[in-house]
Design a protein around this ligand. Structure first.
Ligand SMILES: [Zn+2]
Length: 91
């Protein structure tokens, strides 16, 4: 994987803090199958998906738009649901 060079400790500390926060809100990490950017996803229902973009994911994704995010990411989310990596609440 390639990407911008970061200060390792700084990145690790930020990631650990973020991770706690995200897990508390029920978000799951998901890699976009297209650009490999890591976003945080939560399925609230079949119709409603929360997606948290990280700065790193935005920088990686050439198809990102602030309105729609990455159109290919939606396929990655469907893939994760079918693979059982992402839960969709019933009802
Ligand atoms: Zn993408």
């Amino acid at each position: 994987m390639t990407g911008p060079v970061r200060h390792r400790d700084e990145l690790a500390a930020a990631t650990a803090a973020d991770r706690r926060e995200y897990l508390e809100h029920g978000l799951r990490e998901l890699d976009c199958l297209h650009c490999a950017g890591r976003v945080l996803v939560k399925k609230n229902s079949w119709a409603h998906t929360s997606i948290e973009w990280t700065a790193d994911a935005v920088a990686r994704c050439d198809a990102f738009s602030s309105h729609d995010g990455c159109p290919r990411l939606h396929r990655s989310i469907e893939h994760a649901i079918m693979a059982g990596q992402l839960q969709v609440p019933d009802g």
